[in-house]
Structures are given as structure tokens and as C-alpha cells.
Design a protein around this ligand. Structure first.
Ligand code: ZN
Ligand code: CU
Length: 500
């Protein structure tokens, strides 16, 4: 990998509260960054003196006073749809400004690779329309590296993308030949360093996939040391069998499972994390299971009339047929048009919406659960995105640690860093540790707070002071993006050619 910036000065972060990502309580100390790696993590003033003297004599050492600040590993956003954004909008400010230094793309069965089209259908269109140009994961990885994004990008291969490429009729399971073609693409992706497979059998384009089809593809990921992340078939009434199905798929294929954005959706299901979490715990005794979660009671996805029940609030975040309705509530639009909310949704399609389909006690149970980690699920192409795109990570710190006291600080950060890297097999990141890559955030624990709201979704967070990506200072609270854009495509730890 590139070492072009290795003659820049080293950086000594002095006297901050070090929360190292492993889940242990913080302690006061100094962190030394040299080139693209962490050189030392030490008690105050205990950085090896010879090391400092040598650096001072060569490229110099810049000192940053971190008194009163937390020094943590850069956050890993395990659930994103930034596949195209990383190329089209490479500053990646929505993420960098939260302290995020690595995004995992390709979630929910939706990935750019290996689909080539200029007219992507839903749900692939969640990734925009312009970037379906990559027929292999290798080509996607090259495009990411050429774009020089502001954060690192690690990728899952999407099962729905595979179906759209290879399965002739989406209302049935793949036949043997189609399964083989999908498996071949999975192998190519693993060779190129992908983290594994994602699926979104919730979406109608993948709903017909059966266990044979999923296992045929997932077992290729398994043989190569990958993971399986899934947006399960049903997050409403049928959530328990849907969780069982996800666990069975992972078990039969032989890989670790990540349940995407775990939630109990719809008023009839509110409170049912009291059932789902014990089931997940029981399953996790026999296989590796994790889950991701975002800190809001609203979800967001494509506009679908079957998700409109007339009870929950639905906020239209974009409509191709009626763009002027973006930012308005479906109930108000329906009243104006004198039609049912479902009929209004049909007229507004294709589009995207936020569904206020969860209850806070469920969100709290999932966020505080020891198996959960934080993923934004932000949608960067929406006209008026769900605020999770710009605010998820600071919101966990502000609301669930500092204000509500539901998490310890080291726990909250572990769910954003060390646990995330371990679950997704990302090497040399997620911890503050000598020799690890220098992805680092310095934030003010008293001020850190999300700024994005449903009304004003594109707002910077407060209190994120400085962010380094691969050793390059990439964001500061005063100047925002520094223009360093030091991110790269990150391969899974076990991949044949993984480095950095
Ligand atoms: Zn999803
Ligand atoms: Cu998603």
C-alpha cells in the first residue's frame, strides 16, 4: 500500500481519556501516530523517549493537547448504503463528521457489484442510478481506490444484486444453473477481499429465495472466512420465524451471522424485543451471532403501500412523481388528495420514506444488548435523508450514554469499534493499539451531540473535534473536511492479499 505521506510529521495526542475500543474503562494517556499507523499508546509522558527523539530529529512531532477529550478508535459504521456515495461524493462528510473512519457497504442484499445497468430497479435504486458500472467486486474496489474517499470502505456482496443479475424470474427461487452463477460471483468477491454476503429477503425481489439458494451462495463466503448479514424476511408479526430462518441459513452455510438493524416494527409488535432478544441469545449459544442497530424509532426505506397501516406516521423523504411532497407527512398528503394513505403512497411511488414504526423501549433494549453494535443504515441519495445518515454515532453517545446513562462510555465505543471489527473480520482497526492503522477520533465527551433532525437532516454533529483516517488528519470541528481523503478499500483480514 501507499506510503506517500510517510515523511509528514508524527502526531502526539497528549493527555486524553483513552477509550481503546476493547470495552475496558478509559484511562488518561498519550497516543502517538506515525505515518499511517499507531506507534504507541502510553501513560501520560511515557511514550518511548528514544522513539520521540528519533522522530523529532527527522520529520518532527506535532503535539495535540487532548485534555478533557476522549481519544477513541475511529468509528466503524457497520450498516451503510454508501456504495456509490463513496465514489460520487468522496468527501464522505456525513460519516467523517461523526467520527466514522470506515463504512461497511453492500448491506440488505443491495450492492453495486456485480450489477451493470443504467436503469437500476428498487431496491437497488437506494444506491442512486449512476454507479452501476462494476461487473466484479475487484472493479468496484478499484473504483473506490481511484475515488480516494474520505473514509475506508469495506464491502459485502448483496444477494439481491446477484439475483437481479442471474435469476431470470424474480418470483421464484434460483435454479441450479443460476445458483452456480451466483456462487461464482461470490467467489470472485471473496477473492477481491469482500467481507461476505448480505441478503435482504424482506424485499420482494429476493423474497422468493429459498434456503438452498441462500446456502449455495453463503457457503462460498463461509469457505473463504466471510460473514453473513441479513435484513430478515419479516420484522413485523413473523419476526421469530424470520430470525430462525436467518440463523439456520448461517448454520447450514457455516458462517457467523449479523442480523441487520434489529427492530420490532409496527404497533402490534411493540415490546416484542422481550421475545426476540432471548431467542437471539438462545441461538447465539450454538453459533456466532451479532446484530446492528440505529438509535431512532423511525426506519427508512423505499416507499411501499404495504408498510402504510394508517396508524404510524410516515414521512415522505422523496418522490419521483411528486417531488414537491418531500418532507411532508403521508397523512397530510392523503387528506389533501382525499384518498387513503395507501392510495397516496401508490401515487407517490417510486419514492422513499421514514416510517415511525418502532417504540423507544425496544430501541433501548437492542442498543444496550451485549450482542449489538452500531450501524447507521443511512441513505445518502435521499432528497431529505433520515437523520441517521448524519447523526447516528454522536446520538448514541449523547442520548444513550450521557443523557440516559443506559450504556457505559467504553461499552458505547466498543459497539462502534472493537466489536464491529471483530464481527466483520476487519483486521488492524477498531482498537487503539500499537501497530494498528491510525484511524482515530478525538471528541469532547461533554459536548458530543447529533445535530441532524427529521426537519433538518443535514446538520453537523457537535463535539467531534478531530478525525484521522490512515494517519491523515481528515476532519476538524473548525475547518470540517481537510481534503486529505485518505480512505481506501479495506479487505477482510483473511483475504489472500489483505494489507492495511
Ligand atoms: Zn435493511
Ligand atoms: Cu440497510
Amino acid at each position: 500500500m501507499t506510503t506517500m505521506q510517510d515523511n509528514r510529521p508524527a502526531t502526539l495526542l497528549k493527555g486524553g481519556q483513552i477509550v481503546d475500543g476493547a470495552g475496558v474503562p478509559g484511562w488518561t494517556g498519550d497516543v502517538l501516530l506515525v505515518g499511517e499507523r499507531i506507534a504507541s499508546v502510553a501513560l501520560p509522558g511515557q511514550t518511548p523517549p528514544q522513539m520521540l527523539a528519533d522522530l523529532r530529529a527527522t520529520n518532527g512531532v506535532e503535539e495535540v493537547d487532548c485534555t478533557g477529550m476522549v481519544i477513541a478508535p475511529g468509528f466503524i459504521d457497520v450498516h451503510t448504503h454508501d456504495d456509490a456515495a463513496a465514489i460520487e461524493k468522496p468527501d464522505m462528510l456525513p460519516k467523517l463528521s461523526q467520527g466514522v473512519t470506515t463504512v461497511i457497504v453492500g448491506n440488505c442484499g443491495i450492492s453495486l457489484a456485480p450489477v451493470v445497468t443504467d436503469a437500476p430497479l428498487a431496491p437497488l435504486s437506494l444506491l442512486g442510478r449512476e454507479q452501476f458500472l462494476h461487473s466484479t467486486m475487484r472493479a468496484y474496489a478499484d473504483a473506490v481506490n481511484a475515488a480516494r474517499p474520505g473514509v475506508n470502505v469495506a464491502a459485502l456482496l448483496g444477494h439481491t444484486a446477484l439475483r437481479m443479475r442471474h435469476v431470470a424470474a424474480l418470483d421464484r427461487a434460483a435454479d441450479e444453473g443460476e445458483r452456480a452463477a451466483m456462487a461464482a460471483d461470490m467467489q470472485e468477491a471473496m477473492d477481491a477481499g469482500a467481507l461476505g454476503l448480505s441478503s435482504g429477503v424482506f424485499y420482494k425481489e429476493a423474497y422468493a429465495a429459498d434456503l438452498d439458494e441462500l446456502v449455495a451462495v453463503a457457503s462460498v463466503a463461509a469457505r473463504n472466512g466471510g460473514v453473513y448479514a441479513t435484513h430478515i424476511r419479516d420484522e413485523l408479526a413473523g419476526i421469530l420465524p424470520a430470525l430462525q430462518e436467518a440463523a439456520l441459513t448461517a448454520r447450514q452455510s457455516g458462517l457467523p451471522l449479523v442480523i441487520s438493524h434489529h427492530k420490532c416494527a409496527g404497533p402490534d409488535n411493540w415490546g416484542r424485543t422481550r421475545e426476540t432478544l432471548p431467542l437471539i441469545e438462545q441461538l447465539a449459544r450454538g453459533q456466532e451471532i451479532g446484530m446492528d442497530v440505529y438509535p431512532y424509532t423511525a426506519g427508512s426505506t423505499v416507499l411501499r403501500e404495504d408498510l402504510v397501516d394508517g396508524i404510524i406516521d410516515v414521512l415522505i423523504t422523496g418522490s419521483e412523481t411528486h417531488p414537491e411532497m418531500g418532507g411532508r407527512y403521508l397523512a397530510d398528503i392523503a387528506a389533501e388528495w382525499r384518498v387513503s394513505q395507501q392510495e397516496a403512497a401508490v401515487r407517490l411511488k417510486p419514492g422513499n420514506a421514514c416510517y415511525f414504526q418502532m417504540r423507544e423501549d425496544d430501541v433501548q433494549r437492542v442498543i444496550t444488548h451485549p450482542l449489538s453494535m452500531i450501524g447507521s443504515d443511512g441513505l445518502p441519495h435521499d432528497e431529505r435523508p433520515h437523520p441517521r445518515l448524519w447523526g447516528a454515532f454522536p446520538r448514541v453517545l449523547a442520548s444513550y450514554w450521557r443523557e440516559k446513562g443506559l450504556l457505559r462510555l467504553e461499552e458505547a465505543i466498543h459497539k462502534m469499534t472493537g466489536m464491529s471489527a471483530a464481527r466483520f473480520r476487519i483486521g488492524e482497526r477498531g482498537l487503539l493499539k500499537a501497530s494498528y492503522m491510525a484511524d482515530v477520533v478525538v471528541f469532547d465527551p461533554l459536548r458530543v451531540k447529533d445535530g441532524a433532525t427529521f426537519e433538518q437532516p443535514r446538520q453537523f454533529s457537535e463535539g467531534i473535534e478531530r478525525v484521522w483516517v490512515n494517519g491523515a488528519l481528515s476532519y476538524t470541528a473548525s475547518d470540517r473536511a481537510t481534503g486529505a481523503r485518505a480512505g481506501r478499500f479495506v479487505m477482510r483480514a483473511s483475504s489472500p492479499t489483505a494489507s492495511g
